[in-house]
Design a protein around this ligand. Structure first.
Ligand code: CP
Ligand code: NVA
Length: 307
């Protein structure tokens, strides 16, 4: 059974198939073509962290595809009271056709997949954010016409976003340069994977060096969910790791800017750069809906693709 636990598990072909399907679903929605690819199906959405985009886009996406989505907050279910994930997986597999989960540990997502018998979708863990990166790749291709040969730059924390962007970029033919302070590097699993791609991946300390000739410049918050206590220490460590006019001058003149949101203006990105690139950033947010509909159809549906 296919899941979306992390992009490392997906082939380049899986990714391209979903990106093509996402474009098709976006076209159909914009042209009033309504196809109920997931008629009668149910998606459980387990949230152990906050969310605006992920929750709303999955719920609306499922509705548009003819199915139903159930919001399962950890503090209102037995998960929050310690029921083992192994049991939760076996129970929910008997009611639902798929589960989206947002949580802390990647292991929880992997355990859900191992013990359940329905597709599991990672809606963000401390390790990665594959749904967001599928939407990011979709947006880059929409603006630039292709992914192969493009250069991505990520500035900031070696967090879930940086991890997934490195994998997503390399698997779709892009090169990627990241800039992060010492001690905030991406996960070792990702660094080992990136080694296979030679000079298509580079990890630097200087944001301007990383942004050199980039086609797309991306950042994320300095303190992710669960790191609120360390926010002050992290703000000091990330001083200078900001997308600003200087960094954009190093990138290509037509470089785009992406941010998964929520954004903290004047921290990881200046208000000026954010507003100059707001069209791209909010298209990226919209594309969460289309990309996730594609993921659900790919994993849970019986479209021509799966037939
Ligand atoms: N980008 C993203 O995942 O947003 P939410 O936290 O609002 O879901
Ligand atoms: N890195 C951020 C992403 C939010 C969508 C976090 O984990 O909080």
């Amino acid at each position: 059974m296919k899941h979306l636990l992390k992009l490392l598990d997906w082939t380049s072909e899986d990714i391209m198939t979903v990106l093509n399907l996402a474009d098709q679903l976006k076209y159909e929605q914009k042209h009033g073509i309504s196809k109920k690819y997931l008629d009668g199906k149910s998606l459980g959405m387990i949230f152990e962290k906050a969310s605006t985009r992920t929750r709303v886009s999955f719920e609306v996406g499922m509705f548009q595809l003819g199915g139903t989505a159930l919001f399962l907050s950890s503090d209102k279910t037995q998960i929050g009271r310690g029921e083992p994930i192994q049991d939760t997986a076996r129970v929910l597999s008997r009611y639902l056709d798929g589960i989206m989960i947002r949580t802390f540990e990647q292991k929880e997502v992997e355990d859900l997949a191992e013990n359940g018998s329905i597709p599991i979708i990672n809606g963000l863990t401390d390790l990665c954010h594959p749904c967001q990166v599928l939407a990011d790749l979709m947006t880059i291709r929409e603006y630039k016409g292709k992914l192969d040969g493009m250069k991505m730059c990520f500035i900031g924390d070696g967090n879930n976003m940086m991890n997934s962007l490195i994998v997503g970029a390399l698997k779709t033919g892009m090169s990627i340069s990241v800039a992060c302070p010492e001690g905030y590097e991406p996960d070792q699993l990702v660094l080992d994977f990136a080694k296979e791609y030679g000079d298509k991946f580079e990890m630097l300390r200087s944001p301007k060096d990383a942004a050199k000739d980039a086609d797309v410049v991306i950042t994320d918050v300095w303190a992710s969910m669960g790191q609120e206590q360390e926010a002050k220490k992290r703000a000091e460590a990330f001083t200078g790791y900001q997308i600003n006019a200087d960094v954009m001058n190093a990138a290509k003149s037509d470089a785009m800017v992406l941010h998964c949101l929520p954004a903290h203006r004047e921290e990881e990105i200046t208000a000026e750069v954010f507003e100059d690139h707001a069209d791209e950033i909010f298209e990226e947010a919209e594309n969460r809906l289309h990309a996730q509909k594609a993921v659900m159809v790919y994993l849970m549906g019986s479209t021509p693709i799966n037939d």
